[in-house]
Design a protein. Sequence first.
Length: 349
Amino acid sequence: MAALKYAGLDDTDSEDELPSGWEERTTKDGWVYYANHEELKTQWEHPKTGKRRRMAGDLPYGWEQETDDNGQVFFVDHINKRTTYLDPRLAFTVEDSPEKPSSRQRYDGNSSAMEILQGRDLTGKVIIVTGANSGIGFEAAKSFALHGAHIILACRNRTRASEATSLILEEWHKAKVEAMTLDLASLRSVQEFAEAFKSKNLPLHMLICNAALLAQPWHLTEDGLESTFQVCHLGHFYLVQLLQEVLRRSAPARVIVVSSEFTNIVDSSGKVDLNLLSPPEKEYWSMLAYNRAKLCNILFSNELNRRLSPHGVTSNALHPGNVMYTSIHRSWWLLSIVFYLSRPFTKSM
């Protein structure tokens, strides 16, 4: 509470004073949570009172929110001529409804990433998330960062990745988050990314293969492969191979592959036809190419887990849910309409 005392807004109720080793944090939408640096965990409940709290109302009179040169949000008290990085509204929190879900309840479509990570302190963990500038990737990266992990946003568009980094830092200025360029449509870019990451001499505790293309017109990458197949699967396959030794040295570690619904890759005789993975233009259908690539994701994840789990590296594939409203549909107007109409009935970001 020292920062609040400095700001002249200290709460005099000793019951709310945090024990030694605890830190009070807030999310951008006003929820208060607590980090225990000794036991390496976070929780929504106050460690003494057991209450859940959220910030309410606007900034106090005379206060203004600003951003410094590093993109970090701070607060200016124009009356007393002082500044602080701690939101002064923390002195005026209100008790949260006791009906807020606990981490012991079954997770469902209404569970948020912050609720899933409740009780986790990821300080010291290094996590790479591909395609993390928007959608599922951004929400995952943000939640990991707010729980103390060192997050690397691996994105094709460096400008958008930098904007996403700034958004995370606005929520918590101490977050360890950085952007690195990764274009999965270029095997050369994948190799350069892996080399750049290795040069940092960091461990790698989690690699989330999230980036994808959907409903794209037929296009060959610079490597001569159909773009949907390369971005959704082959680029990630190559990335994991290049970082495999780092993952093994960092064990326990894991690879998460974001998949989806899929179709088969067999010919009329029932044999695997690898030519279906990168078809010529006349045999290309965007949704079929996407589903085939997602089947490759699952097969790859299963085999990777079989090979690396004895070395402390697990691999899992997941389906995030049907018709979740993200920007992945932006290249096809018909699919955008379907996503828009179904939005009220699907999970939100």
